[in-house]
Design a protein around this ligand. Structure first.
Ligand code: NPW
Ligand code: K
Length: 571
């Protein structure tokens, strides 16, 4: 599990590293540029001397990285053209040094339609492979791109004149706010990018839509910023300014590392409770899985999950959820259904038990059994008055009990329709809501609207912000679904479970896969996992199971893949 950074956190890490005297900005820029070139060579080993590169550099340090890339490719025998958007005399110091180093080797052309067109015209008479390096803007983008710059960038993409064109973004595709993954201004889709090379750590925007959908491959280059040092700072967030002031008082000239770490420690202590970090659930294994598996004894020691089903002909979703809850390790799982659906369910269930539950009253009575340690309700449920009564009973009868509840699908629609149910969620200690985008908009219409508004300045409001705000408002863990699932707790803890890049599993978008996720969460809640932990672990395993099974997956395969996963994980 790693932390995703914001642009401000990344800047703070770089500034602190430079201020500590451990490294200079120029060295970091050299390492960044070298990292981009190495990533290009690794991605396209067939390219090399004689190939063409068009470098688009911007007015800040992202442009500086571009000049380094230009020089290193040129030294490797590539045919390099460099365009600058902005005024060379106003480049920041390190970018300026690299601009001058490039000028000893080649020309810098002012970026315009006309100059770029001339380059393209050359290319069309020339069928050599070409790489375009987007080093216009990185983490310093503060406002929308001028229309013409946006056109230059998307123009390189849409032109037919490049024989073999690959677009490589330095740090991030230009025009995107890296905190949110959203484009500033009117153009609302980031330019499709073949390879994005970022530095030290991925940023939040790399893992959420729309940016995550626009990048084919993300490479993270280690530019030597020390791990421990940065993990402390990334937690500090906004406290960094004052921390730096404290540290600066500690010495004349260069800030000593001891003073810095002391100041960091102080700031960390003050801000630890807020924990603004966003975790990426990738290549991650929750220790709790192993610990919980080690509990021996009676089946009740592993919890009892109740999954509530809809009426006749609507029970498949609950049965799949129940199978998920059982496979993930709940000691017992019961499907509760209306009396009329008993026969249908009985014919389709074996290890999962079955109970007839007529209405909310009957459910309340059943929940007098404190051994029922988790409930999943919503998939295939229906949205009538009887079903609203069931959801009310679940929330009422579980608020004081140590019982986790997962609300999904129709249960979320019912909560969105009835403020008194929403209030019950707020007063409950362990509810997990699992909305997809449509359900999210029904539950939190104003938040969804804010997420849709086109941002004009950064940092823009992101899916992470939306999930956090929703969780705080609902007093529940909110698992906001998608290939970029964001999970947030009311206390502000937040993680992203990505199904992108190396974990892309498009076949997971199959009917019923969300129902299985509900079952996974309910099963883990039954086993005693806390709501955040259950949601994170279930979401992570859900993608792992899909990756392990591969294409052709249907929802029923997901629970059946868990034993393979557990064996691979050594659980
Ligand atoms: N720091 C380090 O040590 C390292 C940094 N590294 C690299 O630096 C990058 C960050 O550099 P950066 O902070 O200079 O920001 P960058 O994205 O180049 O742009 C800032 C400039 O653009 C301007 N500007 C903004 N929006 C604009 C717009 N819409 N249209 C026009 N202008 C606009 C803005 O002007 P202003 O907003 O101040 O008016 C400012 O002049 C980072 O992504 C990474 O690639 C690596 O080398 C590793 C070491
Ligand atoms: K860029």
């Amino acid at each position: 599990m790693t932390e995703l950074l914001t642009a401000a956190q990344m800047r703070a890490i770089e500034e602190a590293a430079i201020a500590s005297g451990a490294v200079t900005g120029l060295e970091l820029m050299e390492r960044a540029g070298r990292g981009v070139v190495e990533a290009i060579v690794e991605e396209w080993p067939e390219l090399g001397p004689g190939c063409r590169a068009v470098v688009l550099s911007g007015p800040g340090n992202n442009g500086g990285d571009g000049f380094v890339v230009a020089r290193l490719l040129w030294e490797a025998g590539w045919d390099v053209e460099v365009f600058l958007y902005g005024d060379a005399s106003r480049l920041p110091a390190d970018a300026r040094v690299n601009y001058e180093r490039w000028c000893e080797r080649g020309e810098v052309v002012a970026l315009s339609d006309e100059t770029l067109f001339r380059s393209r015209a050359n290319t069309s008479a020339d069928d050599r492979e070409c790489i375009v390096i987007d080093a216009l803007f990185g983490t310093g983008l503060s406002r929308p791109l001028d229309r013409d710059v946006g056109m230059h960038l998307s123009g390189t993409r849409s032109t037919g004149s490049f024989a073999f064109m690959k677009l490589v973004a330095v740090d991030c595709p230009s025009g995107v706010c890296i905190d949110s993954g959203r484009v500033l201004g009117q153009q609302n889709v980031p330019t499709a990018t073949d390879l994005c090379v970022t530095f030290h750590r991925a940023k939040i925007g790399h893992y959420v839509t729309p940016l995550v959908d626009a990048i084919s491959k993300l490479v993270i280059v280690d530019i030597g910023l020390e791990e421990d040092f940065s993990s402390k700072i990334s937690r500090i967030g906004e406290g960094f300014g004052s921390m730096f002031e404290i540290a600066a008082q500690g010495g004349a000239g260069a800030i000593r590392e001891e003073a810095l770490s002391e100041a960091m420690h102080g700031a960390y202590e003050t801000l630890a409770e807020r924990d603004g970090a966003v975790r990426l659930l990738e290549a991650w294994f929750p220790d709790e899985l192993g610990k919980a598996a080690a509990i021996g004894g009676h089946k009740y020691a592993h919890g009892h999950a109740l999954i509530h089903s809809g009426g006749v002909g609507r029970g498949g979703a609950a049965r799949m959820a129940a199978r998920g809850a059982l496979r993930i390790g709940a000691g017992l799982v019961t499907v509760g259904c209306p009396p009329g659906a008993l026969q249908e369910n009985a014919g389709a269930l074996d290890a999962v038990m079955l109970r007839s539950v007529a209405d909310g009253e009957a459910l309340r009575e059943m929940l007098g059994d404190a051994r029922i340690s988790a409930i999943g309700i919503g998939p295939g449920l229906g949205t009538g008055a009887r079903e609203a009564g069931l959801v009310r009973a679940v929330l009422d009868a579980s608020a004081d009990a140590k019982r986790g509840v997962v609300l999904d699908a129709d249960a979320l629609t019912l909560v969105a329709q009835d403020e008194s149910l929403f209030d019950l969620c707020r007063s409950h200690r362990s509810v997990v809501m699992t909305p997809h985008a449509g359900e999210f908009a029904r539950l939190f219409p104003d938040i969804a609207k804010r997420l849709e508004e086109q941002p004009m300045s950064g940092p823009a409001y992101s899916k992470v912000d939306a999930a956090r705000e929703a969780a705080a408002r609902a007093g529940c863990v909110v698992l906001f679904k998608g290939p970029d699932t964001v999970i947030a707790s009311p206390e502000g803890h937040c993680s992203v479970n990505s199904a992108a890049y190396d974990r892309a599993a498009p076949w997971l978008a199959t009917a019923g896969s969300g129902d299985v996720l509900t079952g996974f969460i309910a099963g883990l809640l039954a086993r005693g996992f806390g709501p955040m932990q259950a949601a994170e672990t279930a979401a992570w395993l859900h993608v792992e199971c899909a990756l392990s099974f591969g294409p052709g997956l249907i929802a029923e395969d997901l629970p059946e893949e868990l034993p393979t996963m557990f064996r691979a994980l050594g659980v």
